[in-house]
Design a protein around this ligand. Structure first.
Ligand code: KG4
Ligand code: ZN
Length: 337
C-alpha cells in the first residue's frame, strides 16, 4: 500500500510517499526557516501563506521522486491537529481536494502520534513503551499502547521544552531555530558556568510533569544570580548550562516514569529528540532501551504522517470530507481542576 503524506502544521511544508508504513520512497521537507529568522520565531500568517505557495509543488515533487503516479496511491494521510490553525488548514484542504478528486481514502492524523511513529519507519518496535514527545509545542511523557492509543503520564505545566530553547536563543540573540543553535553553541561551552534551578514537582499527578518557565526566566532575567563566579559569561557557556538543565529535567522524569511503570523501552520523537545531550544522556541510563528516530525524522516531516496513516487506513479508520483542523488537543495539555 502506498500512502501520500502531507504535513503543514507549523513552518515545514512537507510531502512524502511511504509504502506499507515502512519504506520511505520520498520525504521532501521545504523549510521556512529563512522567512521566520528575522523574528526569531514562526510568524503564523507568513507560515500559512507560504504553505499555499508551496503545497502543490511539494506534493508533485514527492510523487515524482518516489516514482509514483497518482493512480498508484492507496490513500492520503494529512496532519489535522494540533498546530497553527492557518497552516494546518492549507495541508488539510489540499489533501481533501486531492483525495476527493481521485477517489482516494483520506485519513486525518494527529501530529503528536505521528512524531511517535517516526522511529517505526526505520525499525520494528514492540508496544507498549514509554513515549517521550518533545517538540516546540509539546512535552509529553506517555504510556504508548499502540500507534493510536496513548495515556499521558506527564506533560508541561507551562512552556514546552523546545519553546524554552527558542525563547532563550531569541533573548540572547543566538539565532533561530533555538534548539539547533543552542545545541551547536553548547558543544564549546561549560555546562557548570551557571547553576540554573530545576522545578520541583514530585507529588501525585505532577510526578512526571515538567516546567520550563522558571528555567527560562532564570536564563533570561537572572543570569548573574546563577553564575558560578568563575567561568566566562559567554553565549557558549549560557547555552551549555541551559541545555544541561533543560535536558536533566527530561531525563529525570523519564527515568522516574520507567521505574514506576516498569516500561524499560523508551521511544523519543519531536524536534528536541534531535538534541545531542538528550540522546547521549538517555543512552547512558542503565536498564533502559532507548530508541531515537534518525535526525531527519525528529523534526516535522510527512513520512511520519504517511506511516501512521497507513496503520490507520489498515484499521479502516478513514476520515470524511467534513474533517476539520484543530489548533489544540486537550488531552495533550495539562488540565487544571
Ligand atoms: O517537532 P518540531 O519540528 O515542531 C513542532 O512540532 O513543534 O520541533 C521543533 C522544536 C523547536 O522548538 C526547535 O528549537 C527544537 O524542536 N529543536 C531542538 C533541536 N532541534 C530542533 N531542540 C533542542 N536541540 C536540538 N538539536
Ligand atoms: Zn512537530
Amino acid at each position: 500500500m502506498k500512502v501520500l503524506g502531507i504535513e503543514s502544521s507549523c513552518d515545514e511544508c512537507s510531502a512524502a510517499v511511504v509504502e506499507d508504513g515502512r519504506r520511505v520512497l520520498s520525504n521532501l521537507v521545504l523549510s521556512q526557516v529563512d522567512l521566520h529568522k528575522p523574528w526569531y520565531g514562526v510568524v503564523p500568517e507568513i507560515a500559512s501563506r507560504q504553505h499555499i505557495e508551496w503545497i502543490r509543488g511539494v506534493v508533485e515533487d514527492a510523487l515524482a521522486e518516489a516514482g509514483t503516479g497518482i493512480a498508484d496511491l492507496d490513500g492520503v494521510a494529512v496532519t489535522r491537529r494540533p498546530g497553527l490553525i492557518g497552516s494546518l488548514l492549507v495541508g488539510l484542504s489540499f489533501a481533501k481536494g486531492f483525495a476527493w478528486a481521485r477517489g482516494l481514502p483520506l485519513v486525518g492524523v494527529d501530529h503528536i502520534l505521528a512524531h511517535l511513529y517516526a522511529p517505526h519507519l526505520v525499525r520494528d518496535i514492540d508496544y507498549p513503551y514509554l513515549g517521550l514527545l518533545v517538540s516546540g509545542g509539546h512535552t509529553i511523557i506517555a504510556r504508548v499502547e499502540r500507534w493510536d492509543a496513548i495515556e499521558v503520564l506527564g506533560t508541561t505545566i507551562d512552556d514546552a521544552c523546545g519553546e524554552a530553547f527558542d525563547k532563550v536563543a531569541k533573548h540572547h540573540g543566538m539565532g533561530f531555530p533555538g534548539g539547533v543553535v543552542i545545541d551547536r553553541l553548547a558543544q564549546s561551552g561549560d555546562p557548570d558556568a551557571f547553576r540554573f534551578p530545576k522545578p520541583k514537582l514530585w507529588k501525585g499527578d505532577a510526578r512526571y510533569d515538567v516546567s520550563y518557565s522558571g528555567l527560562k526566566t532564570a536564563v533570561i532575567h537572572q543570569l548573574d544570580q546563577f553564575w558560578n563566579g568563575k567561568a566566562e559569561r559567554s553565549l557558549a557557556n549560557i547555552a551549555a548550562s541551559f541545555q544541561r538543565t533543560a535536558i536533566d529535567i527530561l531525563v529525570d522524569r523519564v527515568v522516574r516514569a520507567a521505574a514506576d511503570t516498569g516500561l524499560r523501552r523508551v521511544v523519543a520523537g519531536g524536534g528536541v529528540a534531535a538534541n545531542s545531550r538528550l540522546r547521549s544522556c538517555l543512552a547512558a541510563e542503565p536498564g533502559l532501551e532507548v530508541i531515537f528516530p534518525p535526525l531527519a525524522l525528529c523534526t516535522d516531516n510527512a513520512a511520519m504522517v504517511a506511516g501512521l496513516g497507513w496503520r490507520l487506513l489498515r484499521d479502516g479508520k478513514t476520515s470524511g470530507l467534513d474533517l476539520n483542523a484543530e489548533a489544540r488537543v486537550s488531552m495533550f495539555k495539562r488540565k487544571y481542576p
